[in-house]
Design a protein around this ligand. Structure first.
Ligand SMILES: Nc1ncnc2c1ncn2[C@@H]1O[C@H](COP(=O)(O)OP(=O)(O)OP(=O)(O)O)[C@@H](O)[C@H]1O
Length: 229
């Protein structure tokens, strides 16, 4: 039986820009289940980031419901959403979003500082996850002294360090050269295959699409195609 991690039920998202209303998502139903590795494709501006942000509770829908682990979280308070993101979801962004004045180690450590975990355990977890992404010899480097691929590995380590149930990656290879993009996707694929991490990733990149186990396409705010890759 498949276990639901995150689910959208009839989700619509509208943005207002001056007098104009933009409908970024239009009555979307979708369920991410445990162990999935889904790629979200679709043209620029079709609603991929909006879809991921709502799935990851970074953003709220205009109407419709969001469930996480089967519980309706549409109307829970900000503190509960913060705890959900901290404990259950890891985010990876196209532009890495690292804190420039913190080292690789400190960037990965950051989410754990909001949790009640001993210093010893924090050190063990940060070191283990940085080793997993192959950065054991770059822990003390500031982001400015890392390559694009290394920065994205730090971001992946930061997303993983809290042992999340779901990793959401928004165009994780878009700012990387081909070779680096391939090594980042190999890492993400391995996380899904070996550690059974549930992954949903937005991308136009054919290599990313090829690696995923399933694909959905969003166009004009609707999911119009769902197929196994
Ligand atoms: N904060 C916002 N305010 C107003 N309009 C927005 C906002 N965020 C997104 N939009 C609009 O919503 C639509 C969907 O945008 P979204 O970023 O979700 O698309 P996308 O598929 O991720 O695009 P891309 O592939 O270019 O990143 C677009 O028309 C965009 O201009």
């Amino acid at each position: 039986m498949s276990i639901s991690i995150a689910e959208l039920r009839g989700v619509t998202k509208k943005y207002k820009v001056g007098e104009t209303e933009i409908q970024a998502l239009n009555n979307v139903y979708f369920n991410v289940t445990k162990g999935d590795f889904i790629v979200v494709a679709g043209p620029s501006g079709s609603g991929k980031s909006t879809f991921l942000n709502i799935l990851g509770s970074i953003d709220k829908p205009t109407s419709g419901n969001i469930l996480f682990n089967g519980l309706d979280i549409t109307h829970v308070n900000l503190e509960a959403l913060h705890q959900l993101r901290l404990n259950k979801i890891g985010f990876v962004f196209q532009s890495f979003n690292l804190v420039p004045v913190l080292t690789a180690y400190e960037n990965v450590e950051l989410p754990l500082l909001f949790k009640n975990i001993s210093k010893k355990e924090i050190k063990e977890r940060v070191t283990t996850v940085l080793e997993k992404v192959g950065l054991q010899d770059r822990m003390d480097h500031l982001p400015a002294r890392l390559s694009g691929g290394q920065k994205q590995r730090v971001a992946i380590a930061r997303a993983l360090v809290g042992n999340p149930e779901l990793i959401i990656a928004d165009e994780p290879t878009a700012n990387l050269d081909r070779k680096t993009a391939i090594s980042i996707m190999e890492l993400i694929t391995k996380l899904n295959e070996d550690d059974k991490v549930t992954i949903i990733v937005a991308s136009h990149d054919p290599y990313v699409i090829e690696k995923a186990k399933a694909k959905i396409v969003i166009q004009d705010g609707k999911i119009f195609k769902e197929e196994l890759v």
